[in-house]
Write a protein that binds this ligand. Structure first.
Ligand code: ZN
Length: 424
């Protein structure tokens, strides 16, 4: 396990740009950055933060005006490029809140999300937003059971709405709903029509969480060749593919990703802000660090968790209870020597701490020696090994709390104190 040992399997270096050596395709190294595809936007994406729209559709969510302002301000300070708000048509208070947030003068652009109708578009533009996101269902099941419109009718209305919003000097995005259960030919013709009408972004939405990364890549890649405007993407997390799908979309040429804090939204939500950034910092560290105040992520997640009355999950990327905890002796030893051995994310980038779990039967003597050092007790390697055996023996019988292990370490050090060392 030592770092100076040669790897058991040698991985040949990739030759040239296409990864082909002597006529055989060579495997790419894991975590290798690959921005060679000019359509990939993994190093230049923008975030449309929808905690105040999609997130309001979360079961527990109720935001009063003050809370909305607090969340919007925190997200703008964090560095997200856009903040999306609930439709002003939803209720009189939703409209008043939308107007109030537009007047704050935040750095992030403010969007609102409405149905693709002239009536909704007019109310949205009147609130003072920077952009309007319009949406309509395009899958057969939604057309049959939701709005009963044909594709020809949808296209006609979409063109009219897009042109009118643009004429008001406001940004506009047109999105289909349930894109991955829609007819691909219908979908591409519709996107092409709104692109020609002057749309700033077209939106691809996996409203039901059915898509896989491969399907996302294929659709977005095809769409990239059909429209010249930006491409926004929206992924639900029903089958836990929301982060992977967002990443695949960016690789295929999408430009914008919808997120919400902790992923809150309809059902079990969408791509979480923290999860997306965890994924993207591995690939594009300079870009992510330069745009977002990562050390504020925990504060924003705690704020939203408190508002919607949930706990941050233990396995949440970055901020979860165990996101940077190391327990097995082999892991702890390597982490103490060089954190990159078992961490691809650096906790200090996010203002959080790593934790070496030393209070179990899986512990190793390096972790115990390090803990003794934290307690101000100096022990030799041989003593640490002996002490670790005692701790493992105890931990085989019952779970040990940190205090229990600290007591064992302290009494061991008292017993093994050199005679000339003064009492502490
Ligand atoms: Zn959604």
């Amino acid at each position: 396990m030592c770092s100076d040992h040669a790897p058991a399997v040698e991985i040949p270096a990739v030759n040239g740009t296409n990864g082909v050596t002597n006529g055989r395709r060579q495997p790419k190294l894991p975590y290798q950055q690959h921005h060679s595809d000019e359509r990939s936007n993994t190093g230049r994406f923008q975030i449309i933060e929808s905690t105040l729209r999609e997130g309001e559709q979360f079961a527990n969510a109720f935001y009063d005006t003050e809370t909305k302002i607090k969340i919007a301000t925190a997200l703008s300070d964090f560095g997200v490029e856009y903040i999306e708000l609930t439709s002003p048509v939803a209720s009189p208070q939703s409209r008043a809140d939308c107007e109030a947030i537009c007047k704050l003068g935040l750095k992030a652009k403010i969007l609102t999300h409405v149905r693709c109708t002239m009536e909704d578009a007019k109310v949205a533009v009147a609130t003072g937003v920077d952009g309007v996101d319009v949406v309509i269902g395009t899958s057969q099941i939604l057309r049959d059971h939701s709005h009963h419109k044909s594709m020809a009718e949808i296209t006609e209305t979409a063109i009219e709405v897009v042109k009118w919003i643009k004429s008001q000097g406001v940004e506009v995005r047109f999105s289909s709903e349930d894109s991955f259960r829609s007819n691909i030919v219908d979908l591409l013709s519709l996107y092409q029509a709104v692109d020609k009408a002057g749309c700033d972004r077209v939106g691809v939405a996996d409203t039901v969480g059915v898509a896989t990364p491969r399907q996302v890549y294929k659709l977005v890649r095809t769409l990239r060749d059909v429209v010249s405007c930006d491409i926004e993407t929206h992924f639900h997390n029903d089958t836990m593919c929301a982060v992977a799908n967002a990443h695949a979309a960016l690789e295929a040429g999408a430009t914008h990703v919808d997120t919400s804090v902790l992923g809150i939204g309809e059902r079990n939500g969408i791509t979480p802000l923290g999860g997306l950034l965890a994924r993207m910092i591995v690939e594009s560290p300079d870009y992510v660090k330069s745009r977002y105040k990562l050390a504020k992520l925990k504060e924003i997640e705690d704020l939203v968790a408190d508002v919607v009355q949930v706990n941050v999950p233990f396995n949440n990327p970055i901020t979860g209870y165990s996101a940077f905890s190391h327990k097995a002796g082999i892991h702890s030893k390597a982490i103490l020597a060089k954190p990159e051995t078992y961490e691809i994310l650096n906790p200090s980038d996010w203002g959080v701490k790593r934790w070496i779990h030393f209070s179990s039967r899986l512990t190793g003597w390096n972790a115990i020696k390090s803990r003794a050092g934290q307690l101000g007790l100096i022990i030799t390697d041989e003593q640490a090994k002996l002490l670790t055996q005692k701790i493992k023996a105890m931990a085989d019988v019952r779970p040990l709390a940190i205090d229990d292990t600290d007591s064992i370490i302290r009494s061991f050090c008292l017993e093994h104190q050199p005679e000339d060392q003064p009492d502490q």
